[in-house]
Write a protein of this length. Structure first.
Length: 386
């Protein structure tokens, strides 16, 4: 049975092309034709005439712990479905369910749970797992509980990969810890994205880690050795290293607007990946919430532990994209790179991150103020702004 969709009179935005005003025809979740004045018969029609709508590839969030009262570490099918269902409201069509530093049993329960998970038609697609910790630096723990931080183990990771159904796509690690470089090299050879984060590495240690295969940096500026003019640390090194793409949480809580602008000026749109790093309170009211057994207080100033440490965010990808535009005045095409294409490239998703014939029909339809009007996953409208 064919499921078809025709979208007309919209501005299609790709990272590497001029804006194209026209139509797009989709069958069974795949883009079949892009052109002008297309006349296909379709099951569903969307006409953007006179509305000034923009069509972006669906947002991909590579670093999200939770949303709408749910968390990856809950290790239940209900939690993952709750997250996946809520994310489409902010234009997200794909995400990495992100774990955190916890007991071995808690991490393994979360991995086993993801192995058994299948996304539904009305949800963002779970693209894999991002393991954040426990192989990080105790000096840069942040909200990662220090008592559960351990040294990297290739044998343990391989066991985790099997438990997850081989769905671990990214891991955040401090490469400078004992055994870190061998760990980085082995995992990068396996095709896992190794991201430097929660790390106290020096410039020389970062350089060595890049040689071993590090190609991403976890939430730039946060819980990494800061820049100093005599030791540029993880911050300076990852900003200058062309082989590293940096995750940025653009909520203006984790990073000052000028720090975001600095990253944009140094890395360019091709070197930045917008993430939420959201925890379960995203989309809910202010109050106290749980993050890995820790109480997190969520206020208008963000999500914090009792000691004042930041504990994830309550940022939506919709707001992250708006904030990035506001602070940098980047182009629509650059926003596509930072919200979708770069993540798709890192994850080696060959049919996502662009709007091209033969690619997956994962879109977010936006107005000129970047408000999400509709989210389309695999050719189906899964969210419409009321």
């Amino acid at each position: 049975m064919v499921n078809s969709l025709l979208i007309s009179n919209i501005t299609i935005v790709n990272p590497d092309q001029d804006l194209f005003v026209g139509d797009i025809y989709v069958e069974n979740g795949q883009i079949l034709k892009i052109g002008t004045e297309l006349t296909y018969e379709a099951d569903h029609y969307i006409d953007g005439k006179g509305k000034g709508w923009l069509l972006f590839p669906g947002y991909i969030d590579m670093h999200i712990h939770g949303s709408a009262g749910h968390d990856t570490m809950d290790a239940t099918q209900n939690a993952l479905h709750g997250m996946a269902r809520s994310l489409v409201e902010e234009g997200v069509t794909g995400f990495l369910a992100t774990t955190m530093t916890q007991s071995i049993q808690a991490i393994e329960n979360a991995l086993i749970n993801v192995a058994q998970f299948d996304s539904r038609d009305d949800e963002a697609q779970l693209l894999g797992i991002h393991v954040e910790g426990p192989y990080v630096s105790t000096k840069r723990a942040g909200a990662q509980p220090i008592e559960y931080i351990i040294l990297p183990s290739i044998e343990q990771f391989n066991h985790w990969q099997e438990l997850s159904g081989r769905r671990i796509k990214q891991i955040t690690v401090a490469p400078e810890v004992e055994g870190g470089y061998d760990f980085v090299q082995t995992l990068s050879e396996q095709g896992v994205i190794v991201s430097i984060g929660h790390s106290d590495a020096t410039h020389e240690e970062v350089e060595e880690a890049v040689k071993m295969g590090v190609k991403q940096a976890t939430h730039l500026y946060n819980q990494m050795r800061p820049f100093h003019h005599r030791e540029v640390g993880v911050v300076g090194s990852t900003l200058l290293e062309d082989k590293i793409k940096v995750e940025v949480i653009v909520d203006f809580v984790h990073s000052h607007p000028q720090a975001v602008l600095l990253a944009y000026r140094l890395k360019g749109a091709s070197g930045i990946i917008l993430i939420s790093d959201a925890m379960r309170a995203k989309g809910l009211s202010y109050g106290n919430y749980d993050l890995g057994g820790q109480v997190v207080k969520v206020t208008e100033n963000g999500a914090h532990l009792s000691n004042g440490a930041l504990a994830g965010s309550v940022l939506s990808m919709e707001q992250a994209v708006k904030n990035m535009k506001a602070v940098t005045d980047c182009s629509w095409q650059e926003l596509v790179s930072m919200s979708s294409t770069n993540a798709a490239q890192q994850l080696n998703l060959l049919t996502k991150g662009h709007i091209k014939e033969g690619y997956d029909a994962d879109f977010v339809l936006l107005d000129q103020e970047l408000n999400v009007q509709k989210t389309i996953c695999q050719g189906k409208v899964v969210y419409e702004r009321s």
